[in-house]
Design a protein around this ligand. Structure first.
Ligand code: F6R
Length: 240
């Protein structure tokens, strides 16, 4: 595990974008796993700039998103389809047919999840997966209690995860489709990003805590090629 601490969110994002761009320069056909959420927003901005400047070319890159809410229309403001389109895909030269996101509007969850795992295999597996982390240690939407051998599937979101994202008075999704821990652990490289004091405790548990399904991110201790990029806030409680 390599841990790098950057002074602030912006620098953490620059470093993440730099690593991803470097991987694409080495391998233009890179298969990239991608998160949504607040953490990677600036990273996507930096990557879009690097693309605009001609530093990095996404024309042969393939992406697989970690997750998507179940039964939430693609054009909903909280949909990860919409997030990816607005924040990233529309701003780089990636081909739409090379971008995969679980289809939360599917009429057959089982078929959708199997197909998603099959498509990942057909692309030769994920080369580099970028992760954010939930305050409860979820990676993707693998909430506490997730089995280590889980693949893409429909999951129930915890109350806390729902209230972080949705106003309780609104109609909101309670489930999501997510890649499983097995998909994440099979990625050849993992890049985990965390920013802000709110993440300090879970970052410490992820690095130093016992490996336990109660904190899904702790399994990453066993990944042979894990890099964490933290800002000072998120690194504040990590011992050692
Ligand atoms: C989203 C995802 C989640 C987030 C996590 C952190 O695709 O997979 O695991 O990475 O909930 O979210 P933020 O970055 O909003 O703190």
């Amino acid at each position: 595990m390599k841990i790098r601490v950057e002074e602030n969110y912006r620098q953490m994002s620059c470093e993440a974008a730099r690593i991803i761009a470097g991987e694409i320069l080495r391998n233009p056909n890179l298969v990239l796993g991608l998160p949504t959420g607040n953490t990677p927003k600036c990273m996507y901005e930096k990557l879009a700039n690097l693309c605009k400047e001609g530093v990095v070319d996404f024309s042969q890159v393939v992406t697989f998103n970690l997750d998507e809410y179940y039964d939430l229309p693609f054009d909903h403001e909280k949909s990860f389809h919409r997030y990816m389109e607005e924040k990233f895909f529309s701003r780089v030269n990636i081909l739409p047919q090379n971008t995969y996101i679980p289809n939360g509007m599917t009429d057959s969850v089982e078929r959708e999840c199997k197909n998603y795992d099959r498509k990942i295999s057909e692309q030769g597996g994920i080369d580099l997966i970028v992760l954010g982390i939930g305050p409860n240690g979820h990676i993707g939407f693998n909430e506490p209690g997730t089995r280590w051998d889980s693949a893409t599937r429909l999951v129930e979101l915890t109350e806390k995860t729902i209230t972080r994202e949705f106003d309780r008075s609104q109609n909101h999704p309670r489930k999501a489709l997510t890649m499983g821990i097995k998909n994440i652990m099979r990625a050849r490289k993992v890049l985990l990003l965390a920013s802000g004091e709110k993440k300090a405790e879970i970052v410490d548990r992820t690095i130093n805590g016992p490996i336990s399904n109660d904190v899904p991110s702790t399994i990453l201790q066993l990944h042979p090629d894990l890099r964490m990029i933290l800002d000072e806030g998120a690194a504040g409680k990590a011992r050692g």
